[in-house]
Design a protein around this ligand. Structure first.
Ligand code: PGA
Length: 249
């Protein structure tokens, strides 16, 4: 099974209308690399404008509510993202799990809501530093996978992003061997939980301080199908080299 490379930018709480020029430059450069799927997840406020600025581009949300509508002040539902032109949504990012107290059960409900709305999903998992240092990273992450994975799903529309919390925004990255071990363990867990056919289709992304200098090495690790990129996705100058690295593999 050959899985297409997938490079996704997570703009987090960054980006005003002026940043659409970066998005245009990123998607224009990505066209030269047809072996790589490229997506950007800007703040909710920019989704409609980005879709309008770059028609057909894979634009996504960074979170969604588990309900399709209702009295949830400040939240955005998956059908609203789809209606705004989004193709995908990130769920379970550690900044949501930690900062907003989201549990595996919450993340699973969000993933199911997103899939039901026709979106693709990037489901994030990853261990805190203390867990990595105690040697318990793999069981910790596999428990997150087991608890957050939807019951039934189209494997082509569900990617898992392994993002060690201590590597996010810090400039620290795990060794390539540790990334390969974790991704291999996640793939084996998906095999067990979703079946071998689904597990062979699902893409596993690495996230945490990916940049143009380390992307080729990290994306070349075993069972890594792409990257979820934060800081280095905000400008074409930093993000395009990551897309190029993915294309070179
Ligand atoms: P970073 O963020 O690339 O800035 O480390 C990654 C993420 O949080 O998805």
């Amino acid at each position: 099974m050959t899985r297409r490379k997938y490079v996704v930018g997570n703009w987090k709480m960054n980006g005003l209308i002026a940043a659409l020029d970066e998005a245009k430059a990123i998607f224009a450069a990505a066209e030269a690399h047809s072996s790589v799927d490229v997506a950007l997840c800007p703040p909710f406020t920019l989704i409609g404008a980005m879709v309008a600025a770059v028609p057909g581009a894979a634009v996504g949300g960074q979170d969604c509510h588990a309900s399709a509508s209702g009295a949830f002040t400040g939240s955005v539902a998956a059908p609203m993202l789809a209606d705004a032109g989004a193709h995908l949504v990130i769920v379970g990012h550690s900044e949501r799990r930690e900062g907003f107290g989201e549990s595996d059960t919450d993340v699973r409900a969000k993933a199911e809501a997103a899939l039901a709305a026709g979106l693709s999903v990037i489901l994030c998992v990853g261990e805190p530093r203390a867990v990595r240092e105690s040697g318990g990273a793999i069981p910790y992450v596999l428990a997150q996978v087991a608890g957050s994975l939807p019951g039934e799903f189209d494997p082509a529309r569900l990617a898992v992003a392994y993002e060690p919390i201590w590597a996010i925004g810090t400039g620290l990255v795990p060794t390539v061997a540790d990334v390969a071990d974790m991704h291999g363990a996640i793939r084996a867990k998906l095999n067990e939980q979703a079946g071998s056919e689904a597990a062979s289709v699902m893409r596993l992304l690495y996230g945490g301080s990916v940049n143009g200098d380390n992307a080729a090495e990290l994306l070349g690790a075993g069972d890594v199908d792409g990257a979820l990129v934060g800081g280095a996705s905000l400008t074409a100058a930093k993000f395009v080299p990551i897309v190029e690295a993915a294309a070179s593999l």
